[in-house]
Design a protein around this ligand. Structure first.
Ligand code: PBG
Length: 305
């Protein structure tokens, strides 16, 4: 009766990795229980996700081809675009969010256009806007830019409005840290940078006040939901954001946070299910309204009893 925090499947957004081809469902070795799936297999998975009471998915693409400009990111026949259509046809009630970024689609693995060994912020904005519009055209319900370029929320908002998608909201990865917790994801999405790192565009894990500045800028530019990422080492940031702003707050319980628990669980060193529920509860308690988590299905099964 006096419990302050309740986690529900309603809080979850489940990330999925869609790859090209047919009949493919390949487990990601560092993320047991997560898969790269072709469009036909993703459709099957989304039926199960929906039946568990999880309202939403976040789509990442592993494209057929990569180039310097990440052209497959805004290709009408790209893998994410195809997946959006197929999922919305099969399970229309499932809310489909797409990750908007360049790193999965560029040959160098950076989140934007590279010039003289570094990402060119302003030239990248146009491509991100094209990617977001192509997702909306395919039927996405919301877009989620994760690249961390300055000004991208405004650029995407303007492009969506101009293309007739003023009703499509933006969830921005507003406070995204340059974190080693993304390690397993880069295997999953085949998006590790070929040189250097992402520290010129992602945030320094040592900074707390800067997160509030990044969030304020994104809200000013038109973000409807703001995200803190990763979640577990950044509960203070989630709490700060929740108390400082009045938009919904999402937290991304990222790949490394998932893999740690899965690995220790496999070794029999921890009680995996209890730890999973404790982690999700702590993220909610810190202030997250929405939790992006690879645990969504496992946790929903427990919560549904
Ligand atoms: C793309 C992106 C990343 C993640 C989500 N979108 C990786 C990165 O920034 O390198 C990480 C998700 C996870 O670790 O689960 N930019």
């Amino acid at each position: 009766m006096v419990r302050e925090t309740a986690v529900s499947p309603d809080d979850f957004i489940y990330p999925l990795f869609v790859t090209h081809g047919r009949g493919i469902k390949k487990e990601i070795s560092s993320m047991p229980g997560c898969y790269q799936e072709s469009v036909d297999k993703i459709v099957r998975s989304t039926k199960e996700i929906h039946s568990l009471g999880i309202p939403s998915i976040l789509l990442f693409g592993i494209p057929e081809y990569k180039d310097e400009k990440g052209s497959s990111a805004y290709d009408e026949r790209g893998v994410v675009q195809k997946a959006i259509k197929a999922v919305k046809d099969a399970v229309p009630e499932l809310y489909v969010i797409t990750d908007v970024c360049m790193c999965e689609y560029t040959s160098h693995g950076h989140c934007g256009i590279v010039e003289k060994g570094d990402v060119n912020n302003d030239k990248t904005l146009k491509l991100l806007a094209m990617e977001a519009v192509s997702h909306a055209k395919a039927g996405a319900d919301m877009v989620a830019p994760s690249d961390m370029m300055d000004g991208r929320v405004a650029a995407i908002r303007a492009a969506l409005d101009e293309a007739g998608f003023s009703g499509i909201p933006i969830m921005s990865y507003a406070a995204k840290y340059a974190s080693a917790f993304y390690g397993p994801f880069r295997e999953a999405a085949e998006s590790a940078p070929k040189f250097g790192d992402r520290r010129s565009y992602q945030m320094d894990p040592a900074n707390r006040r800067e997160a509030l500045k990044e969030i304020a800028l994104d809200i000013e530019e038109g973000a409807d939901i703001v995200m803190v990422k990763p979640a577990l080492s950044y509960l203070d940031i989630i709490s700060d954001v929740k108390s400082s702003f009045d938009v919904p707050v999402a937290a991304y319980n990222v790949s490394g946070e998932y893999s740690l628990v899965k690995a220790a669980g496999k070794m029999g060193w921890i009680d995996e299910k209890s730890i999973m529920m404790e982690i999700l509860t702590s993220i909610k308690r810190a202030g997250a309204d929405l939790i992006l988590t690879y645990f969504a299905k496992d946790a929903a099964k427990i919560l549904n009893g």
